[in-house]
Structure formats: structure tokens, C-alpha cells
Ligand binder design. Sequence first.
Ligand code: NAD
Ligand code: LMR
Length: 329
Amino acid sequence: MTRTPVNVTVTGAAGQIGYALLFRIASGHLLGADVPVKLRLLEIAPALKAAEGTAMELDDCAFPLLRGIDITDDPNVAFDGANVALLVGARPRAKGMERGDLLAANGGIFTPQGKAINGHAADDIKVLVVGNPANTNALIARSAAPDVPDDRFTAMTRLDHNRAISQLAQKAGVGVEDVKKVTIWGNHSATQYPDIFHAEVAGRNAAEVVNDEKWLAEEFIPTVAKRGAAIIEARGASSAASAANAALDHMHTWVNGTAEGDWTSMGIVSDGSYGVPAGLISSFPVTTKDGSFEIVQGLEINDFSRARIDASVKELEEERDAVRALGLI
Ligand code: NAD
Ligand code: LMR
């Protein structure tokens, strides 16, 4: 039986993450090796030609799963019938720009995109916001789409989750496949809290295996939380291939489910769990099954974790208040 192609919309398609993402979507790494896809690439007018160049290269790969590529600068066209939307394009902070300017500029991107999703996307739409500030951009898009359920809007903290797994595996001297149940709490920013108190290393509690609070507080947490800045410093450009990889992981896990005995981290609309105010888009430990996710409940939060979760949530509240003051939500 020939499956109906899934419509996948990618914004910022001509950017560096887009270039690392599109070829892997078309070769089956987003949804699976048996799922055909149609790509819709959204770009701003000056970047349409570059997006066309990428589309030419996609054609030249002769991917059997790729059933079409549309390129547009109109969000209403880009999101028409979209089943999956990866919102990558965002306004980077320019020299002299205040935080309010940055949030306002992103409001000009994510409000129309949220409206277009509301008006034109398929009923089963799943949205992942990658463009920074990812949690608050997701909040803006979410607010502009009142007819779409809360649980369809997510923000990416999977890159932080993957970074945390890798750092912990190196410290414990095990393979990444032996690390489970790491959690990223809060914002995709330097205030995020990578939590290993519930994580497992080869079936044992990770905090006990590591047994080194100084490493945890002074090395692990800052390394994960500031990794994005360290990559920019080293590469002269922000993470691209690892960010694209995390976007594929996020959506693949959402659609196909978490493994038994493990969970992932996703920025999702809070229902008030763990004292995170309802409505904020904050990262939580989640399990996924049949295209839905649930927050992992009942985890004991110690004082060390509580203070760090609260600090990141406070930053999210400040970002929310700023976009509210700008009339964006
Ligand atoms: P980039 O500058 O290379 O590409 C961004 C693209 O977005 C550009 O081609 C630009 O033309 C396009 N764009 C701008 N406004 C648009 C609009 N209104 N509609 C459609 N496209 C638009 O940037 P990049 O390296 O690809 O990064 C993209 C975003 O992802 C940045 O905001 C970056 O900070 C963020 N990021 C997030 C994570 C994460 O973990 N959440 C990780 C890495 C990067
Ligand atoms: C990352 O975590 O690598 C990025 O969010 C960094 C950035 O500012 O683009």
C-alpha cells in the first residue's frame, strides 16, 4: 500500500540549520524510513533563491521518500495542510538590540506563523519551535493559534537533553546508550537546569554513580547550559548539525514514542505540574506514545533542583511578561 505523504513545513529553510535538516527529513530520519514526505519551505523573499538552490540539491539526491517541494514566502501557503511544522527561522539578536527589540522582532515572525497554522494547518498538526528564544517564540505562536490544542506546540530542548546525556556518559565512562532519564527543566537558555538526580547510568542512579556535587554544580550544569555559546565561540556560528539532529530526534520521538524505561525533554505548555505556572512553555520530562506526550509525574525534587528550576521558570515568566507588554500574547 502506498502511504499518503506527510506535509512537513520548514521555516528558515535557507539557513544553516535548514541545510543540515532538509536532506535528513527527505531521507526518512524525521518520521521513518517508510513515510513519504512533501516539503514546504518558508523563507523571506531575499532568501528564496537560496532555498531554490537547496531544493535543486534535494532533487539531485533522488530520495525515494520525497514526493514534492514547494517554496514560498507566504506563511498561509507554507502551512496549508501541514502535518508537521519545524519553525527554525527567527530573528537573531543584532548589535545594540535590547531584549525587548528582539522579542518584538520575533513577534513579527511568530504571530503571523501562528495565525497561518491556526487557519490552514491539518487537524493533526505538530509544531516544534527551534528559533530562539525558542520557548517564548513558541508561546507567541501558540497564542496566535487559539483553535489549535495546547499540546501541539512545543519548543526544542532536545539539543540540551542530548548534550547532557553525552556529558554524563563521558563522566561515568559509559556509552550514551547506557544513560537514561535525564531531564532538562525550564528555558532553552543559560538558566536551563539539566537534572541527573532521576537519571540512570547502566541501571543505577546517575547522581550516586557520579557522586561528585562539585562536578555537578561547577562543570556539568554550566557545560550543558552554556554549550550553545561555547559552540558559537569555537565555530564562529551557532550549532547547526547538532541542532538539526535534535529537531529530528524531538519530532521522531513525539511521533514514534519514547523507549520503555526512558523519557525525553520537551518544551511544552505547562499544566501547572512541578510548580511551573500553567500556560508557560517550559521544558519537562515527558514520555510519548501514539503521537501524544505526558509529563512524567511524581518525581521528588530536592532543594538543589528546586532552586534551579525556579530560577529558569522565573526567566520564562519575565519573557512572558515582556511579550505580553508588547501585546504579542
Ligand atoms: P540562520 O540565520 O542560518 O538561518 C535562519 C533563516 O531564517 C534565514 O535563512 C532567514 O532568512 C530565515 N528567516 C528569517 N525570518 C524568517 C521568516 N519570517 N520566515 C521564514 N524564514 C525566516 O540561523 P540558523 O543557524 O539556521 O538558526 C536558526 C535559529 O535556531 C536561530 O534562532 C538559532 O538561535 C536557533 N537555534 C536554536 C537551538 C535550540 O536548541 N533551540 C539550537 C541552535 C540554534
Ligand atoms: C544552541 O543551544 O546551540 C543555540 O540555541 C545557541 C544560539 O544562541 O543560537
